[in-house]
Structure formats: C-alpha cells, structure tokens
Design a protein around this ligand. Sequence first.
Ligand SMILES: Nc1ncnc2c1ncn2[C@@H]1O[C@H](COP(=O)(O)OP(=O)(O)OP(=O)(O)O)[C@@H](O)[C@H]1O
Ligand SMILES: [Mg+2]
Length: 284
Amino acid sequence: MSQIKKNKIICVANQKGGVAKTTTAAYLGAALARLNRYVLLIDSDPQCSLTYSMELDEAQQEKAQENNLATMYETGSALEPCLIKVRDSLSLIPGAAELMMSEVALDTNAQNSEPERLLKNALVPFAHRFDYTIIDCPPSQGMLTLNALVAADYVLIPTVASTISLTGLERMIEQVHEIVHGDLALNPELAILGVLLTRFRRDRNVELEIEEKLRSLPEEFHVFRTVIPDRSQFGLLGELKAQTGRHLMELSMVSYSLLPYLTLAMEVEKLLLPKTALRQPLDK
Ligand SMILES: Nc1ncnc2c1ncn2[C@@H]1O[C@H](COP(=O)(O)OP(=O)(O)OP(=O)(O)O)[C@@H](O)[C@H]1O
Ligand SMILES: [Mg+2]
C-alpha cells in the first residue's frame, strides 16, 4: 500500500449534465492508479456510463448484472460481492439501470430511518483497503447524489466554462453548504476539493473570462490549477483517438487525454497528502 493509509472518498458531482463527471471519475481514477495508488470507482448513475467505460469482460459483466450498487440499495446487502477488479490497482463497484428505482424507493420508503447514510455505512469495510474511492454521480440532486455526498470526504465539481454552468455550480455549492452546515448536519466533514474546468477551449474569450471569474472566488471554492482541455483542441488526432475506446490503463502516460488527468491526480495528491508526510526527517 502507498503512504496514504486512510481511504479518501471523493464524490464527483454536479447536477448539470454533460460536464464530464464520468470522464473525470474514470480518468482521475486511472491516473491515480497509474501513480500506484489503490483506487475504487463507484458508479452511482443509472446511466452506468462509468461501468461501460471500464470495458468489462463477459464474466465481469454477468457479475455486474447480479451484484451492483442497486443491489445494496434494494436489499441492504454488503458491497463486497459487487467488487470487480478492473486492473491490479483499479477496482469498480458497478452501477445498474435499477439505480433509477433505488432513487425513487429511497425517497418514498419510510422503512429506512437514515436513507441518506446507506452508502456511507456500506463503505465502512473498505476504509483501509484503498487509497482513493471515487464516486460518479448522476446529473441530479436526488438521493443517489445525496448518499454519495454524505459518504464522501471531498467533493470534486467538474464544470464547463459557460454562463449557464455557473448557475449549476452555485446550486451545487449551496447543496454542499446545506449538507455541511444545515440543521440535519448530514456530513459536517465534507469539503470542496475543488472546481475543475473541463472541455475547456482557450480559443474562446468567454471561457477565459469565466475561468478568471472562477479564480477570483474565495479560496474555499478552490479552483484546480489543472484545466482539462476540450479534445477538439488536439485537432483531428484528438477526435479520432477519442473513438478508439482503448483501455484507460493501457493508454500512454503522455496520451493527449490522460496527461491532463495525471496532472490533476498530482494536484489532488498534493492537496490531500498529510502535512506530516511533507516534513523532512531530521538527520540528527
Ligand atoms: N475533454 C473533453 N473534450 C471533449 N469532449 C469531452 C471531454 N470530456 C468529456 N467529453 C465528452 O463530453 C460528453 C459528456 O461527458 P461525460 O459523460 O463525462 O459527462 P457527465 O457529466 O458524466 O454527463 P452526465 O451528466 O450525463 O452523467 C461525453 O460525450 C464525453 O466523451
Ligand atoms: Mg455521467
């Protein structure tokens, strides 16, 4: 195991659709795994894009159909049987379309006294088995996202640089504030790890202006220095490569798509490394 002992749970969330939540969860997870961290990915979206992006083999797909995150929400069963090893240091708890039903049931079923804490409780056995757990959320503020935010230590908020996305970002930050400081104190420990600009185009003035605006926000909203460029910035090569579906763990470390996420992974590590680990030991 690496030097970070306690599993850091990062929830990737924004109720705005198509802002690269799933891409960020998959690539950041792969990037951290490539830096020799043990990573658990959790697909908490009924669209299951994260699960699909892992390109599971047939046996793994069958396993994922039988045991997935929805099974835990529906039956209260443990997450252990859901665990799929994608690569040595990268594991997945798959999602399923049934998560849509879980969302409704969690909202309406009065039998669960703490329906927003089910994921948090289910993750307790994994506390020391991974360096990072990354949860991909659906584009909504419902019970699936709430469970992820209650289970998480940190929230990473991807956003594209458009005026309409800033409104979504404000709402997301309000939800986090409510979870941390609200009367229910659902997760007082939750912190914003950072806002991540994705699909960013430096050739558009409006995007540069929005970046500047975000960077002038108070420090607590921390905007990552790393920015994920839009693939179109890589020209035809980027467009073509985006469609090859090559497995994330086999991509070249300097591939156009993995490289920005490796930079992000290093930025995340720097932010989360325990301060004591940064101190130099005394020689004498
Ligand atoms: N850097 C990028 N450049 C260009 N396209 C990108 C980039 N990152 C992601 N995309 C594309 O943008 C689309 C949305 O990405 P993704 O599915 O990751 O977003 P999402 O926030 O998870 O969406 P949803 O809200 O539906 O879950 C996808 O087609 C994805 O391939
Ligand atoms: Mg998604």
